[in-house]
Design a protein around this ligand. Structure first.
Ligand SMILES: *Cc1c(COP(=O)(O)O)cnc(C)c1O
Length: 354
């Protein structure tokens, strides 16, 4: 007989993502301040980069944020109970009539990425929209050559945006895109203009226009070295010790015995694996901590489990919580993953406080 799980008290998860909400709000205020006369919005696509959009959006609303960028229409729906629809921009744009209908009914604003999308929106009665122009990343957006099309003059455009390809580097492409964006501003009539992501904010006033669109740095990522020390870590993954075991000298640990105990060891098995985004690249390399003491990963990461050395923390036992080393810059250097990947990989089994 099937039964109704809501009848039982679900026990707390052995895996949780602690968010430093003060750090999150602080990071937005820093980015808003660095944006000069422009205001900072927030890229909250991919569930606010894995942090949990339903936690992040109310927190950033309290900090003063009023502009939200998501990729998918479904992500906009998640935000609707929390913010006014007209503050939400869907970057992927309206691909078909169902997308247009959702936008018109909900009031969420599409980012139009092609003349086809612009015509589709205009034909449906349109209303206020955003437009993306490609100034050199060759990803989404109208081509520079499309800008003379009369449909663009007929639209009611709130924000005209473009996206920088290499703002995290000092390369000529940044100035080239800025120059093209200047041409865009001459040709596309809009209430507001927006160019900079997190890294782009650090390129200076010329890049700020009216609205900036930070994502990574909100969540503690160091998009450019200038941010170090000012942007604070937000995400602290924590996992509980499920079991403590003694391993004899010469025994293998985990799949394929890639670690052999050089001496008798005290090991802990924790509720964290690659299905949670703690990928196999952390095998033999990852680190955690308990009450300030360092705890290394032993051997391979499994799907749901990781084995760690508890020799130096005799007081740490079953049910105790370990914090994963997740400082974005050093975690990226050790794992080979980008800071973006480190955040967005954090899986659905993490309990996220609402
Ligand atoms: C993801 C995204 C952003 C945010 O970029 P970060 O590098 O995370 O700050 C801004 N604009 C667009 C169009 C994006 O796709």
């Amino acid at each position: 007989m099937p039964s109704d799980p809501t009848r039982f008290a679900l026990p707390p998860a052995a895996l949780r993502l602690r968010l430093d909400r003060e750090a999150l709000a602080h990071n937005w205020r820093m980015l808003d301040g660095w944006s000069g006369t422009a205001t900072a919005g927030a890229a909250v696509k991919a569930d606010a980069y894995g942090m949990g959009a339903t936690v992040v959006v109310p927190e950033l609303t309290r900090a003063g944020c009023r502009n939200w960028f998501v990729a998918h229409w479904g992500e906009a729906a998640v935000l609707l109970p929390h913010v006014p629809a007209e503050q939400i921009a869907v970057l992927h744009g309206p691909l078909n009539d169902a997308d247009v209908a959702f936008a018109l009914e909900s009031g969420v604003r599409p980012v139009l990425n092609s003349l086809e999308q612009a015509r589709r929106w205009y034909a449906a009665g349109g209303g206020v929209c955003h437009v993306m122009v490609d100034t050199g990343i060759n990803r989404l957006g109208l081509a520079m050559g499309d800008l003379g099309d009369p449909v663009l003059q007929a639209l009611t455009i709130d924000c005209c945006i473009s996206h920088l390809a290499s703002a995290d580097e000092d390369v000529p492409q940044n100035a080239q895109q800025l120059d093209r964006f200047g041409q865009v501003r001459q040709q596309v009539p809009a209430q507001r203009y927006s160019l900079a992501n997190s890294a782009g904010i650090m390129l200076g006033d010329a890049y700020h226009a009216d609205l900036t669109r930070p994502g990574l740095a909100l969540y503690g990522g160091i998009a450019r070295a200038e941010m170090a020390g000012a942007i604070r870590q937000v995400a602290y993954p924590e996992a509980a010790v499920l079991q403590v075991r003694r391993i004899e000298a010469g025994e293998g640990v985990g799949y394929n015995a890639t670690f052999i105990a050089p001496r008798p060891m005290r090991a802990g098995v924790i509720a964290l694996g690659y299905a949670d985004g703690y990928m196999r690249c952390w095998s033999g390399k990852g680190g955690l901590s308990w009450r300030g003491a360092r705890i290394p990963v032993l051997g391979r990461i499994s799907m749901d489990l990781t084995i760690v050395a508890l020799d130096d923390v005799p007081g740490c036992g079953e049910g105790d919580w370990l914090t994963v080393d997740y400082d974005p810059v050093s975690a990226a250097a050790i794992s080979g993953l980008s800071q973006y990947e480190l955040f967005t990989l954090l899986g659905r089994r993490f309990f996220r406080q609402s």
